[in-house]
Design a protein around this ligand. Structure first.
Ligand code: SAM
Length: 262
């Protein structure tokens, strides 16, 4: 595995030598307005999955606020969230962005990496083209420490819990972990686990709600979901937005026989 990893890194280094660096903001604006990205041969790829502009700005704003040195992301896809993270990381003098995604080549035609190369961020990126459940334990074993994590890989309960389990072991106190697609029952369940079995708090995303109300986007579905949230049997009330950030308050781990329904 090490050999393959080194080979990929050497290819990336080679490509970087020739890549003209583009400013991230106009580059992102272009991607969002056109809804597609061209590879270096001019072939077009539609951007079918990524964070929205609103979500991207939010994950970027959290980097600016909490000033991580090392960040980690599960799920590169077309690299849109990575661009927001790396842009923030560079601005706060961050050192490294670790990215894990086994399907970058096969499903995303290396577009995520191409975007990181074009914007020049690849120099601070460590990319692992393998499933997160294989890479994360290795990073823990190697003593990696992180300050910020974005979980957006395989979204079933088991995978997300395993992602969080290892991220928690690497995340420094006061560090941030963000769950994408947190409206999904699988991900809400994991967040409930975190809030009942670890020492984390939800960072309220105030602007999201203010914007939604201003744009009259808080419709019947939102209101019903909100009411259900208040009625649910869980101890913690998880907001219904599609992205939830938590801050780690301490390295607390419960005793060996502890269990709370979540
Ligand atoms: C929703 S997309 C990520 C979108 C990206 N974060 C963005 O906003 O631009 C999910 C990604 O998770 C990756 N993925 C799926 N299974 C994975 C696994 N076991 N480990 C790591 N990544 C995985 C997929 O290849 C895909 O790129």
């Amino acid at each position: 595995m090490n050999k393959l990893y080194k080979y990929i890194q050497s290819k990336i280094d080679k490509l970087c030598e020739y890549a003209p660096t583009q400013d991230t903001e106009p580059y992102l604006q272009k991607i969002f307005s056109e809804g597609m990205i061209k590879d270096d041969n001019g072939k077009e790829y539609d951007i079918t999955i990524s964070v929205t502009v609103e979500q991207g700005e939010y994950i970027y704003s959290l980097i600016k606020k909490y000033r991580p040195k090392v960040s980690l992301e599960i799920g590169l896809a077309y690299g849109i969230s990575s661009l927001y993270i790396c842009r923030g990381l560079k601005e706060v003098n961050g050192e490294k962005h670790i990215v894990i995604d086994p399907y970058q080549k096969e499903q995303f035609h290396d577009i995520g990496l191409i975007n990181l190369i074009r914007t020049g961020y690849i120099n601070i990126v460590d990319f692992y083209p393998y499933p997160s459940d294989q890479i994360l334990p290795r990073l823990v074993f190697g003593g990696t420490k992180i300050d910020y994590a974005f979980i957006d890989g395989w979204h079933t309960f088991d995978y997300v819990l395993v992602d969080f389990y290892y991220i928690d072991k690497m995340l420094n106190e006061k560090g941030i972990v963000i769950f994408h697609d947190s409206e999904l029952p699988s991900i809400r369940k994991v967040i409930n686990f975190v809030l009942t079995h670890r020492d984390y708090v939800i960072i309220p995303w105030k602007r999201y709600w203010r914007q939604k109300v201003n744009q009259f986007e808080v419709d019947l579905v939102h209101i019903t979901k909100l009411l259900l949230t208040f009625k649910n049997p869980y101890r913690h009330r998880i907001p219904v937005n599609r992205l939830i950030a938590l801050q780690k308050l301490s390295n607390y781990q419960p005793n060996w026989d502890y269990f709370r329904t979540f």
